[in-house]
Design a protein around this ligand. Sequence first.
Ligand code: ADP
Ligand code: ADP
Length: 238
Amino acid sequence: MPIITAQNLGKTYRSGKLQVPALRNVNFSVEPGEFVAIVGPSGSGKSTLFYILGGLTAATTGSVLIDGVDFAKLSDAERTKMRRAKIGFVFQRFNLLPTLSAMGNIEIAHDIANLGAATKTTLDLSLLDHLAGLLGIQGRLDHRPNELSGGEQQRVAIARALITRPSIVLADEPTGNLDTKNSDAVLNMLRTSSRELNQTVLMITHNPEAAQVADRILTMRDGEITNIEKGSGVPVHA
Ligand code: ADP
Ligand code: ADP
């Protein structure tokens, strides 16, 4: 069964009398463990699609099924719970809390995910070790974001997203603020963690080379998916 199914998704933003169509008739599904890149020009609807898939924005038409469950049929509280349990977000601007260390940022993500969870868990230290090793941030965990490079901040943000073992990772331009070397490193880490932890990854990117690490590449234009092709599915070589 697909882990994500989007059926006839449409979204129109209303601001006053103005209606801005952002998504039209979007249909696709994603298999568990698949890595999908979403490319397309600015304004083509990529972020809107992410907000809807992540349960942050309601679609105007159509539906999203996550593990067969229709987001729209859940209460706000249930949707929040499901989002915290199943989805990890990575953003272009890292969005780390500036007053906390890297470790503190990772811990708080675990604590938040725990808030609504039926069974409480303690922070999985062996997973933390594994992620820190994979991401090369072992020696950086007691540093605050302003003491870390952009590449390091993004690796911490990825560790924060993965510490709760989300089945789905939504990464919105995760390499958008990074130089080529750090960008390649982050892409390869997402690629590797997707394989090792069987995590489904959806990644928005402007960069056609970055998109190639994905198993499949969806192209969006004017709110529609205009092309679907295979990616190489292998890490980039710096
Ligand atoms: P990005 O750098 O990710 O492409 P944008 O600059 O497109 O981000 O958008 C930044 C934020 O502004 C997003 O939360 C988006 O939803 C919102 N936004 C984008 N376009 C509009 C718009 N026409 N009216 C109101 N909000 C918008
Ligand atoms: P992308 O991520 O591909 O840049 P977006 O999903 O941000 O595309 O935007 C798709 C369209 O929706 C654009 O025309 C954008 O201006 C508009 N839009 C995005 N967010 C908002 C918003 N909050 N309010 C109004 N219009 C928006």
